[in-house]
Design a protein around this ligand. Structure first.
Ligand SMILES: [Zn+2]
Length: 651
């Protein structure tokens, strides 16, 4: 069933029937027939006609298979919604104490809200009472400040499937009926609705509970308008399914002092992406290489979205083209939501059609193979895939002035296969390449010489082991040096907090299979062992008083900033953070006597850095802190093809 052409003219009874039908497909069966935005159009139409209709006001929680009802200790209220920056500013100005009141901006994850109290995992339900879904715990990994791993500590957040997990893991995971899941949101709903999860465990399915506090940007209210676009752009690079952003006042006590309306807290608001659609023509399909597969990109007749001319759209993977029966020459509907890269939501056949599918690799002519929904080149030495791997390694090593176009020439002219080959290059080799002269050749060789000495973690990250970027590499190397890591067993890795069996397997596998390559690299490079962060410049911090969040939250936050959290006030303490500066606690009294620096909780939260999210390529995102000017991290890689590698570990 498609959505009717002229929505406003269909009878009310039919409209509600259609919505109910799609609700059942989506939430109960996990087999949606229409896109999320089409569904939103239906709901929007109903909201226009009957704002109080139960289908409009219903909180969309999937039918989860539940172990019973759980009452939340603090209610999980839904948020008031804004669809524009203007609406956010109106809300902000209404409540803020000063024009530069600090806001926190967080992703609005698109999954299932849940609370884990340390024993029971419960969905949000109606906000007061949720469903006990603890039997799904074996599938769920927690991502919170300073920790990624087993869900073994209290957390409130959203159960989602990371986009990189969806791409890498779920291409091999089948539903009970044998089909593949269509998108991360649909897969979460489907899996949470299963009566038994043995099949999912056997297929190594993984869900993630993202703690709401994991990723926060901060920005003064009066600077929000100028930073808004960049902020949305940064958000869209995070590896989670999202449908907007949450904006709240940073000062927790102030925020809570504003209280709640009947439905919503006043101190925060949700910004929902509005979806803009354009009709155009599909002119061609280009196949772009990733480190492991080929991704189709639509080339279309240019269309304009809010002043931006767009010629390319993501097609995700080859299965998507087949499912849509998409041909070059078709009329297409393109949507741009919060995403930077628009995508195609619908198509109608054109008069002259040509299939965009290919059977042989555009880079090496080898036969292409289907791997789940992806297309892969069968040639292990494929220059297309090789270029992407080399390019990622070169970026990890911070080699300057060695872009993709030069790497491409190095591969074809100088026969470069592995990273280690780069370090064998001589001036004579480079001079064979068109565009290289004595000086530029010497410059590149000097640059390659410079990067030969590097920290161990950077080297480990440059190996392109799936899910091991710089942050994970740092965690691994905190426990032992690189050479010991090479000898370590699966169990050793698996036992390191935040690593997990999947990575443990990938790491041990890579060390075994790529022994020669790694040996060769180690001959060429000098690794520096970095001292642990508990070095002289780490600051000891102690907390006192009743804080809005659990103490562990602040301890983790402090540690994520490189501080050491301690329990008592001694003369060596650097900083005491007090929930209430006027309180008469013994810690405060002692700190005053010893002349130790005392700051308020707000100062602590707003000072220094907020937790640093990492983007999908493992690079640090620029943060919207009060002092910093905003830079946008330059990446033109389509978000769905840049599905890379790393958890936002916050160290
Ligand atoms: Zn190839």
């Amino acid at each position: 069933m498609n959505i009717p052409e002229n929505l406003s003219s269909i009878p009310m009874s039919e409209l509600t029937e259609i919505i109910r039908y799609h609700n059942r497909l989506y939430w109960e069966k996990g087999t949606p027939e229409i896109s999320d935005s089409d569904y939103d159009l239906l709901l929007e139409e109903l909201r226009r006609r009957a704002p109080e209709h139960p289908l409009v006001t219903a909180i969309h929680t999937p039918t989860v298979v539940s172990g019973g009802k759980v009452r939340h200790r603090t209610p999980m209220l839904s948020l008031d919604k804004a669809y524009s920056l203007e609406a956010i500013m109106t809300w902000g100005k209404k409540f803020a104490r000063t024009p530069d009141e600090i806001l926190l901006i967080q992703p609005k994850y698109d999954g299932i809200s849940a609370n884990f109290d340390g024993h029971t995992l419960a969905t949000r339900g109606d906000g007061e009472t949720g469903e006990d879904v603890s039997e799904k715990l074996p599938l769920i990994e927690l991502e919170t400040i300073g920790y990624t791993g087993k869900l073994d500590r209290p957390a409130r957040g959203e159960i989602v499937i990371r986009e990189d997990d969806f791409k890498n893991l779920y291409s091999n995971i089948r539903r009970k009926d044998g089909g593949f899941y269509k998108n991360p949101r649909n897969a979460v709903a489907g899996i949470m609705g299963l009566k038994e999860i043995d099949l999912m465990i056997a297929q190594k399915a993984k869900l993630t509970l993202v703690d709401y506090s994991l990723i926060s940007y901060s920005c003064p209210l009066d600077h929000l308008p100028e930073k808004w676009e960049t902020f949305l752009d940064e958000l869209s690079r995070l590896p989670y399914p999202m449908d907007g952003a949450v904006i709240k006042f940073a000062d927790i006590r102030f925020r809570e002092s504003l209280g709640n309306t009947a439905h919503h807290p006043r101190g925060e608001i949700a910004y929902k992406y509005s979806n803009v659609r354009r009709e155009t023509l599909l002119l061609d399909v280009e196949w772009s290489f990733g480190k492991n597969n080929l991704t189709p990109v639509a080339i279309m007749e240019p269309v304009e979205f809010a002043g931006v001319t767009v010629k390319r759209a993501s097609l995700h993977n080859v299965q998507n083209i087949i499912d849509m029966d998409l041909h070059i020459g078709d009329h297409i509907t393109v949507e741009r939501a919060g995403d930077v890269i628009p995508y195609i939501v619908a198509s109608t056949p054109g008069t002259e059609r040509r299939s965009p599918l290919i059977n042989t690799c555009p880079a090496c002519d080898a036969v292409l193979e289907r791997k789940g929904p992806e297309l892969v080149c069968t040639n292990a030495a494929c220059p297309g895939t090789n270029l992407q791997r080399l390019s990622a390694a070169v970026k990890s090593l911070d080699v300057e002035n060695l872009g993709e176009s030069t790497l491409k020439k190095l591969i074809t002219v100088c026969n470069i296969r592995h990273l280690s080959d780069l370090f064998k290059l001589k001036a004579a080799d480079l001079l064979q390449i068109e565009g290289f002269a004595e000086k530029s050749a010497a410059n590149l060789l000097t640059e390659l010489q410079r990067v030969r000495t590097l920290p161990e973690y950077q080297f480990l990250a440059a190996l392109n082991i799936p899910n091991v970027g710089p942050n994970i590499a740092k965690i691994l190397l905190q426990t032992m040096d690189f050479n010991s890591l090479r000898q370590a067993s699966f169990d050793t890795f698996n036992n390191i907090p935040g690593i997990g069996p999947e990575r443990a397997k990938a790491i041990t596998g890579a060390f075994a299979e790529r022994k020669e390559e790694i040996d060769e690299l180690l001959d060429a490079l000098t690794l520096i062992r970095e001292e642990k962060s508990t070095s002289a410049n780490a600051v000891t911090v102690c907390f006192t008083g009743k804080m809005p969040e659990k103490r562990s939250y602040y301890v983790n936050l402090a540690e994520s900033r490189g501080h050491i959290a301690v329990d008592s006030v001694t003369k060596d303490l650097a900083l005491l953070v007090a929930a209430d500066l006027n309180e008469n606690s013994s810690k405060l009294a002692k700190a005053r006597k010893l002349g130790i620096k005392i700051i308020s909780l707000d100062e602590f939260l707003n000072s220094a850095k907020t937790p640093e999210p990492v983007n999908t390529t493992g690079e640090q995102l620029e943060l919207f802190t009060v002092e910093e000017t905003v830079k946008s991290s330059a990446s033109d890689a389509p978000r769905h093809t840049a599905a890379e590698e790393e958890q936002p570990e916050l160290f």
